[in-house]
Design a protein around this ligand. Structure first.
Ligand code: BES
Ligand code: MN
Ligand code: ZN
Length: 505
């Protein structure tokens, strides 16, 4: 999405559509007041007569308005001023841009910076605006024989009334547009069916991103032979029943001046389809297990944002990718595998496969001596029961890292909730035959899954995001959400310039 920042009187802006927010109570905001003056009190009269009710996310298009240079006017309700917060602004933005994406307009001018929120600056507001606009024009049409026409909207002019804030607004808009592109890439990868989006397809995505990166991103793809000689027995075990070969995908972004500066590592679960394997899942809704690579998708999406924004830090992305199928060669309950770290695992349920591919990627991450490692995974149904589709589950062995991620989620409005990772839960993973079992029984299912991962992440600050509830929507709106690209991108941007102090050996 293209953007520009303008400080002119909104009544004078020549645009296909001028978009103006209104609170349900109180005075007109700056842009609305100026338009009202220029248009014989058009807005005040609409409100007085009850022709427009500024409830939250209520949107009304006015085809033409006297005294305005714009071809159309769109009013957007913000609801009650005392209830207005980040979530409300996002609802209003999404309603407005959702409607604008259906209109025959390619450029709009918006006055959302009038909708001020305590503790949020113009840059933040402009970021939210461009992110929403970019998400609104997304359509997944790749698998339709005759795709519907794509939205025309391609440019947003951000109106601000303080000329001193132009640079801040531009900086925020730039982040929002890049973030939106990252979110949309994650949605596309998530939405692609399992017969197209295979581990090899994800590997080719890494090459594509490297090609777009001006040389800042390099990739390395580990195939099954490479994983075999490495000893990644858990990752290989999950894919051994599939005709699709498994892959460990490595992407390295170098943004720091010092190539040896400790990197931040992202690790994505890339199960391109999860049947459950021999511990097969019930049939109803199983199609949604094509979304079991949304952790990987969020890693690709974040890397897309990163190569666009070029922060000065080093990032390494790992995607552990396999297809989980039942087969004559598939792993069975009771099988014992040796992981890359050397620990042996008794596979009591082949449907707990995410932790198996991730544990080898987490062990692989050690070689980078990372500043932090964050894995992202659609790991447990239990997390959906615990948190629903609003918050991702956050688990960490480092409280500072956990706070940084919670902060990033609040800032990007892509929130996570801190869950316990106490030693008390570890005993649920005891095995009579191997070092540990891959399931811990029904109680605290998402915590024991995180406990399993923690055994492979002991040598660095590590966090795990369980996105089983947040990565996609079900029902009529079925589709990948692109979360938590917002949280991850903000987390990385906040690390820029933060020099990691490494202790002398
Ligand atoms: N991919 C699933 C988790 C999942 C299920 C995400 C439903 C979103 C919606 C994961 O591989 C899985 O099957 N987990 C099992 C673990 C169990 C066997 C311990 C689960 O949650 O049932
Ligand atoms: Mn599973
Ligand atoms: Zn899974």
């Amino acid at each position: 999405m293209e953007f520009s920042v303008l400080t002119v009187n909104p009544a004078k802006v020549e645009t296909a559509c001028l978009v103006v927010p209104l609170f349900a109570d109180g005075d007109l905001l700056s842009a609305a007041a100026q338009l009202d003056d220029a248009s014989e009190r058009l807005i005040a009269q609409l409100l007085e007569r009850g022709d427009f009710s500024p409830e939250l996310a209520n949107v009304q298009l006015i085809p033409f308005a006297p005294g305005l240079a714009a071809e159309r006017l769109m009013l957007v309700g913000l609801g009650k001023r005392d209830k207005f917060n980040e979530g409300a602004l996002r609802k209003a933005l999404d309603a407005a841009f959702g409607a604008l994406a259906k209109l025959p307009v390619d450029s709009v001018a918006v006055a959302f910076t009038d909708a001020d929120i305590d503790d949020r600056d113009v840059a933040w507001n402009a970021q939210m605006t461009l992110e929403s606009a970019t998400r609104a024009v997304y359509r997944f049409t790749q698998c339709k024989s005759t795709p519907a026409e794509a939205p025309q909207l391609a440019q947003v002019e951000v109106l601000i009334d303080d000329a001193g804030q132009v640079d801040a607004a531009k900086a925020g808009a730039r982040i929002g547009a890049a973030l939106g592109d990252g979110v949309n890439l994650a949605r596309t990868l998530g939405n692609l069916p399992g017969n197209i989006c295979t581990p090899s397809y994800l590997a080719s995505q890494a090459e594509t991103l490297a090609g777009e990166s001006d040389g800042t991103l390099t990739t390395e793809i580990l195939d099954e032979a490479a994983l075999e000689s490495l000893g990644a027995g858990a990752l290989l075990a999950v894919g051994q029943g599939s005709a699709e070969p498994s892959r460990l995908i490595v992407m390295k972004y170098q943004g720091a001046d010092d190539p040896d500066e400790a990197p931040h590592v992202l690790v994505g679960k890339g199960i391109t389809f999860d049947t459950g394997g021999i511990s097969i899942k019930p049939g109803a809704g199983m199609d949604e297990m094509k979304f079991d690579m949304c952790g990987a998708a969020s890693v690709f999406g974040t890397m897309k944002s990163v190569i666009a924004l070029k922060p000065k830090l080093n990032v390494i992305a790992l995607v552990a990718s396999a297809e989980n199928m039942p087969d004559g060669r598939a792993i069975k309950p009771g099988d014992i595998v040796t992981t890359l770290k050397g620990l042996t695992v008794e596979i009591l349920n082949t449907d707990a496969e995410g932790r198996l591919v991730l544990c080898d990627a987490l062990a692989y991450a050690e070689r980078f001596q990372p500043a932090s490692v964050v894995d992202i995974a659609t790991l447990t149904g239990a997390c959906v029961i615990a948190l629903g589709d609003h918050a991702s589950g956050l688990f960490s062995n480092d409280d500072d890292l956990a706070l940084d991620l919670l902060d990033a989620g609040e800032n990007a409005w892509d929130r996570a909730w801190h869950m316990p990772l106490w030693d008390d839960y570890q005993a649920q993973l005891d095995s009579n035959f191997a070092d540990l079992a891959n399931i811990g029984g029904r109680p605290a299912g998402s915590i024991t899954a995180a406990c399993f991962l923690s055994r492979f992440a002991e040598s660095y600050p590590w966090a795990h995001l369980d996105i089983a509830g947040t990565a996609w929507d079900s029902g009529k709106q079925k589709g990948a959400s692109g979360r938590p690209v917002g949280l991850l991108t903000r987390y990385l941007l906040d690390r820029e310039g933060e020099r990691v102090v490494t202790s002398e050996a």
